[in-house]
Design a protein around this ligand. Structure first.
Ligand code: AP5
Length: 212
């Protein structure tokens, strides 16, 4: 299988994390979520986590220099040599430019598009495992262990899935992140997949886009 160095774009709740996990298993490459790295830092109480918390709680973006530093460090790790999936980075044009300036070679840029109204429903039903990070949905992807994660931990809601915070995140996405699509379209790299109501239908379209 060829080496895949993929950027997954899409609004909050579009299904980037869900698809990243599937692609990661298929290509045996790491899925790197800046959101997950920041949430871990908040949970462990590091200085970076303490500084980032107020941005996440408000549905705003963490400053560019912080996330660029996170990505620079993470991509230098050995497991990224044969490919990786970036889920949630870049999220601003300066972040995309910084990635390019690092000399990181990207092979695919895929945007998963879902209307805002559907995103609000998805976020309301999302449940996450605070221990292993697994993501479920009460209706669309229920946990086989009911209200618990298969790892045994009780599932919770993400604090930034509160409807008011989701609305702020969507506003930030349209204003600041969506222009990245133009950045990659201008380089002839952008592919678009319409997110479907069934997870597996989106997975099939993503697979076709990556193989096509
Ligand atoms: P982050 O964790 O990256 O959040 P996000 O991009 O807002 O995306 P989500 O994780 O909310 O959603 P997703 O697209 O992965 O959807 P999922 O697969 O879970 O970032 C959080 C915060 O960190 C940001 O707000 C920002 O503050 C900060 N941050 C992170 N990166 C940053 C950066 N680069 N720069 C600055 N700040 C940064 O799916 C959602 C739900 O829908 C799930 O329950 C799932 O089961 C369900 N679902 C998925 N697909 C389908 C489907 N096809 N049909 C039905 N249900 C589905």
């Amino acid at each position: 299988m060829r080496s895949l160095k993929l950027i997954l774009l899409g609004a909050p709740g579009a299904g980037k994390g869900t698809q990243a996990e599937i692609i990661s298993g298929k290509y045996n490459i790491p899925a790197i979520s800046t959101g997950a790295i920041i949430r871990e830092a908040i949970q462990s109480g590091t200085e970076m986590g303490k500084n980032a918390k107020s941005y996440i709680d408000a549905g705003a973006l963490v400053p560019d220099e912080v996330v660029i530093g996170i990505i620079r460090e993470r991509l230098a790790k050995e497991d990224c040599v044969n490919g990786f999936i970036l889920d949630g980075f870049p999220r601003t044009v300066p972040q995309a430019e910084a990635l390019e300036a690092m000399g990181v070679e990207i092979t695919e840029v895929l945007s998963i598009e879902v209307p805002d109204e559907k995103i609000l429903t998805r976020m309301a039903g999302r449940r996450v495992c605070p221990k292993c990070g697994a993501t479920f949905h009460t209706e669309f992807k229920p946990s086989p262990a009911g209200e618990n994660c298969p790892c045994g931990e009780k599932l919770t809601r993400r604090s930034d899935d509160d409807p008011e915070v989701v609305a702020a995140r969507l506003e930030t996405y349209h204003a600041v992140t969506e222009p990245i699509k133009e950045f990659y379209a201008g380089k002839g790299m952008l592919k678009i997949v319409e997110g479907q109501d069934k997870l597996e239908d989106t997975t099939a379209l993503v697979a076709a886009a990556l193989e096509g």
